[in-house]
Write a new protein. Structure first.
Lengths: 273, 273
DNA sequence: TCGAATTTGTGCGTATGTATG
DNA sequence: GCATACATACGCACAAATTCG
């Protein structure tokens, strides 16, 4: 009989004790979701700690620890005597379509977007990547590590693989131009397409937490993408980890007939209120 | 200075004390991720507890609690004297494209897939949904709640909205036929398209945990989708919450030129080994 | 300027949960 | 199973800042 199987004392709002997740962390999640659902008033002010404590059925201390964690994350801001306020921060919309590019994707939504190469190496192809790129396992690949930022805040962490033969100069060209698209152009790829994208989500691992400056327990959305040239030949395989609380993906229909109304509807939904 | 900001003793593999998540739960997550990365051998056997304890830098007791929790979840199975084995369970691939439909999407990957309506009501349109459907806020909508299962395991929870005028008979037709597509056909919609899809991820809330039978702290991938008729007029707005550890989304390029090789590569990647 | 009410910030004692060896 | 150490949660009391009449 382990802790996980012990009888559970269930509190309000689905809080559970003795399941390995501290109450204050469950409450932090509850507040985070509550914000999206209109917990704060029109000025972004949260109910007082005493009310939140009552609502969650816990001591005020416990709520304070949760609020403190959210404040440390940049979600909330407490002011003595005044109250606790939501710091509004819009999520970046990252479009995914046939012509997905990082800088173009989030351009215009932040004052400054940058994508910087953090490292690059050569390595033999592992099975799934070789297969995606149409190569044999063991063939040499160039691996490029990349950190995407918007207004100085890290939002994505990507790893890309290129066939070593044709794209040997990619790291140098990427470092010089700061753009994968331009680096590929120098290798004779005047244009490319996103052939497929796979999306999953998991908890941030240690590297994600460090590089993306995430809180422990945060979520990353992971995309696995294959870019091909216009003839359909694979060029680049990449895996990108997005900070889930800072971005959302929007999948564009290629033959988009949707009127501006729908676009607005979707766009207006992002961010609290 | 609260508990959340106190100095942290960092252990191996990114484990942290005092961050509101018990070590055994962090280790359980670590093992879950490790399984995808080849932690188990070709027979699905995990390294012995003593080795795992060393790898994570914790006492064997702690690893045992983590394994016990995963066994209780159905991920692992321990056998005295033999070892601990992974119970293989592939992730369902849920394709998203212009012609996305639930049953068609996951059909063939599980012995039995079912999508059942759990409830339905009429309600006035809230701002973002009205806007997406091209209606005025306050106009009446039909809301349909739905639970998607594969082999009896819940994998998705969706909420759909339809304009009340044109689609008044949707709940009845859906209940009778068990298919949104057929229900729409009875309303004169012979075909429809997925115009846009927005993807985000967050921690499961109380309702997700209950309906999808998730562990506390689990992740849900959320899609917001708009379906239109072939003329581009909005028909249905839906929000779907997927259990992130049971599904992954694959975005299909409409003009897919990718050779079978790439498809294989992506397909082969899912699930452990 | 003065309080009174409200709200966040702080201290301390105690009980229980988690992790170690 | 046991002893030890630290993390989490509670209950109570009071201090400090803000708001409002």
């Amino acid at each position: 009989m382990t802790a996980a199987r012990k009888g559970r004392i269930v509190k309000k709002a689905g809080l559970q004790r003795g399941v390995g997740v501290a109450l204050w962390r469950q409450i932090a999640d509850g507040i985070r979701q509550g914000i999206a659902g209109g917990l704060a008033d029109e000025n972004g002010r949260l109910p007082p700690e005493s009310q939140l404590a009552e609502r969650f059925g816990v001591n005020r201390h416990t709520v304070r620890v949760a609020i403190s964690a959210l404040a440390h994350e940049g979600v909330l801001q407490s002011e003595q005597g005044r109250g606790t306020y939501v710091r509004r921060q819009k999520r970046l919309v990252y479009p995914i379509g046939e012509r997905t590019r990082f800088s173009a994707g989030i351009g215009g939504q932040a004052r400054e977007t940058r994508s910087e190469m953090t490292s690059h190496t050569n390595e033999p192809a592992s099975e799934p990547i070789a297969s995606a790129l149409g190569l044999q396992p063991g063939e040499m690949l160039i691996r490029v590590e990349n950190l995407g930022k918007a207004d100085g805040v890290p939002v994505s962490r990507s790893t890309s693989w290129f066939g070593a033969g044709r794209f040997a100069t990619i790291p140098e060209a990427y470092a010089r131009t700061g753009s994968i698209t331009e680096a590929l152009a120098e290798c004779g790829i005047e244009d490319y397409r996103r052939a497929s994208t796979r999306v999953e989500a998991r908890h941030a691992d240690e590297a994600d937490t460090r590089e993306l400056k995430l809180a422990p327990g945060a979520i990353v959305i992971i995309t696995h993408a294959l870019n091909t040239d216009l003839g359909g030949a694979p060029i680049q395989y990449s895996m990108t980890r997005f900070a889930a609380d800072r971005v959302e993906l929007v999948i564009e229909s290629s033959r988009a007939v949707a009127s501006q109304d729908h676009q607005d509807g979707l766009a207006r939904q992002q961010g609290p209120a």
